[in-house]
Design a binder for this molecule. Structure first.
Ligand SMILES: Cc1cc2nc3c(=O)[nH]c(=O)nc-3n(C[C@H](O)[C@H](O)[C@H](O)COP(=O)(O)O)c2cc1C
Length: 326
């Protein structure tokens, strides 16, 4: 009898633990008031990017809009004052999916935007392949933009060769299968998305969206950053190898790295792996579940993988506000 009762009790707990995140994820469709048609003249493209994938998509969006005659500002949010986001007709914001969610830095930066006064707003997200929770991450960005007074006009997600080092440390073969992304189809999707956003913004339309049921949301609710840090046996800077270029400290979204002292403050690190993925001197050491990790740039070099650039790269120019990754 007791065993049966315990079994039922466990069942209720398990259902609640698994069901609650699903219930949370399953929001109804969100409606927004359309605005009157207008000529879209000024656009702003913003991104947060740790290894350049989201930056590349953002710059391509900007290039397409410039080709359409728009005056476009394009910037990495860490180099952009949120207060200057006023006076734009169309704003697109992009970020990667990190640990099944939008990076914490992005979620705390967006509420610092001024009231956007009905500007058309859109989200774009880049993610690894296979993808995990990319649609809901884009919804999270769009919701934050709408809360600042933007009128949603679209959201899109674009797949990449994932930049998550444990992927090739533990599953090198399946990681290599996706090394051809982004490809020309990805870039065509970006060009098409840029065109659609322009049409929607000019018409004054409002885009309806809703989150979807996703197992990624369940994983997100299980504190993946905490778990990732728990199984990281070592995370340090090798002072002998360090060239003092400052890349790791510049990219670290929480200021957790002191390269001079060679220490990583694990209490505030969010395991985004921007440091190991961009260090040009293999000076960042991370041991994950007993395996030393190889950063993204080093892995690309080691395997001779070259990320395909869109043909507009030649006219994309260098934005004033962007990182040059190593
Ligand atoms: C620490 C870390 C966690 C990641 N978590 C996810 C994830 O949960 N889901 C996913 O689809 N991709 C994940 N990715 C892959 C990135 O979203 C993807 O590679 C993205 O294009 C990187 O963009 P960026 O180069 O602009 O930083 C992760 C990558 C890193 C480094």
């Amino acid at each position: 009898m007791n065993t049966r009762r315990n079994f039922l009790r466990m069942g209720v707990f398990a259902t609640a633990a698994l069901g609650l995140p699903f219930a949370y994820a399953c929001h109804p469709k969100q409606h927004f008031e359309p605005r009157s048609p207008r000529t879209v003249r000024r656009a702003l493209v913003l991104w947060f990017s740790q290894t350049g994938n989201t930056q590349r998509i953002g710059r391509l969006l900007a290039a397409v809009w410039r080709k359409n005659g728009l005056e476009v500002t394009a910037a990495e949010i860490r180099q952009f004052d949120p207060g200057s986001a006023l006076g734009y007709d169309l704003i697109a914001m992009g970020c990667p999916v990190n640990h099944y969610d939008a990076p914490g830095y992005v979620k705390s930066w967006l509420p610092r935007l001024p009231h956007l006064q009905g500007a058309s707003v859109a989200a774009f997200v880049t993610h690894g392949l296979p993808p995990s929770n990319q649609h809901n991450t884009a919804c999270a960005i769009l919701e934050l933009l709408a809360q600042r007074g933007g009128v949603p006009v679209g959201l899109a997600t674009f797949g990449n060769f994932g930049t998550y080092p444990p992927l090739w440390a533990f599953y090198p073969e399946s990681a290599l299968k996706t090394s051809a992304f982004p490809n020309e189809t990805t870039y065509d999707q970006v060009r098409q998305y840029a065109g659609e956003l322009l049409v929607q913004a000019s018409a004054g339309n409002a885009f309806e969206f809703s989150r979807e049921l996703s197992f990624g949301d369940v994983k997100k609710s299980l504190a993946p950053i905490w778990f990732s840090k728990m199984i990281t046996d070592e995370h340090s800077i090798d002072k002998e190898r360090c060239q003092h270029c400052g890349t790791c400290a510049e990219l670290c979204p929480t200021g957790a790295i002191d390269p001079e002292k060679g220490v990583v403050n694990k209490a505030i690190c969010v395991d985004c792996m921007g440091c190991i993925n961009n260090c040009p001197a293999q000076a960042v050491r991370m041991v994950y579940w007993g395996k030393p990790l190889v950063g993204y740039r080093d892995f690309l070099r080691e395997k001779g993988i070259v990320i395909k650039e869109p043909e507009e790269i030649s006219i994309m120019g260098k934005e004033k506000h962007e990182f040059s990754y190593n």
